[in-house]
Design a protein around this ligand. Structure first.
Ligand code: MF3
Ligand code: CO
Ligand code: CO
Length: 285
């Protein structure tokens, strides 16, 4: 039984308890991790994230039409950078904790946080994750897609598909007052049933007013009701990193960013930013 006893949910004194307060306070009293009230977005904030997401999506659509063998990852960086600026946005990765480019490009055994560069050329058979985050009017919207360059091995195609299913099945499992861990359990089961593994070192995250907010959205889990309680109004990403081989990863020492699979097997990832509504998750981008 988790005993976090973190008093995140505080009802201002003198304010009548809503139904939501009663449910959350009950979980909190039983020792479960609950959000703080300021994680719930206002209508205005949700609209801001949605607008920002239009740019993120537009940049990914542009990449989808342009991407091909012979292009470098720096070419993708330029596309995303210029598209974002042209639409009044700022690429969130650029200079984020020292990240030097405007997008993450992660090929084959690179799990995430690949840095675009002029030497890295896309080849037929490559699978690549392109991860775009936009800041528009102060609001952050984060999404990523996989692209297969021409065609690839059936096993790699299947990996790309399974990773997408993991995200979508996980999203389907998120209902009001379930937990992050309930979602992670579903993702983990689906990955394992398909002979794949789930990376544990990186997670999804709350997003909207900053790049990375609470909660931590772990994709690996065996225990129901672990992680944070999900309350309508929360905005967060689901972005499972799924490996065809072992789950172990390491960070490239040369750049301190690029995350690779330990055994060199390919990895795939798809990401949406979601809003939790009264009925379940809605894709914001
Ligand atoms: N977009 C990534 C995510 O989904 C974060 C990239 S951080 C960066 O959380 F600095 F590498 F851009
Ligand atoms: Co992302
Ligand atoms: Co993210």
């Amino acid at each position: 039984m988790p005993r976090k006893i973190k008093e995140n949910w505080i009802v201002p004194s003198g304010q009548p308890l809503t139904e939501m307060d009663e449910i959350v306070l009950d979980w909190q009293a039983r020792g479960y991790l609950v959000p703080s009230r300021d994680l719930l977005k206002t209508e205005e904030q949700i609209e801001g994230i949605r607008r920002s997401g239009i740019i993120t999506n537009g940049a990914l659509d542009l990449v989808a039409t342009e991407i091909k063998a012979g292009m470098t990852t720096e070419d993708i960086n330029k596309l995303v950078h210029e598209y974002t600026l042209d639409h009044g946005g700022t690429p969130a990765p650029l200079n984020y904790e020292g990240f030097p480019k405007s997008v993450c490009t992660s090929i084959n055994d690179v799990v995430c946080h690949g840095i675009p560069n002029e030497e890295e050329m896309l080849l037929p058979g490559d699978i690549i994750n392109v991860d775009v985050t936009t800041i528009y009017n102060g609001y952050y919207a984060d999404a990523s897609r996989m692209f297969i360059i021409e065609d690839t091995y059936p096993e790699w195609r299947r990996l790309v598909q399974v990773a997408k299913e993991c995200r979508d099945i996980g999203a389907e499992a998120c209902k009001p007052y379930t937990f992050v861990g309930d979602m992670a359990k579903v993702i983990t089961r689906h990955a394992h049933q398909n002979g794949c593994t789930v990376v544990r070192e990186m997670c999804g995250h709350g997003v909207g007013l900053a790049f990375h907010e609470e909660p931590e959205v772990d994709h690996y889990g065996m225990r129901a009701k672990s992680g944070m309680l999900l309350v309508p109004g929360m905005v967060f990403t689901i972005e499972p990193m799924i490996n065809l081989g072992g789950r172990e990863v390491f960070v490239d020492e040369d750049d301190d960013w690029t995350v690779c699979t330990e055994d060199g097997s390919p990895s795939a990832q798809w990401e949406h930013t979601y809003l939790l509504t009264q009925t379940g998750l809605e894709v914001l981008v």
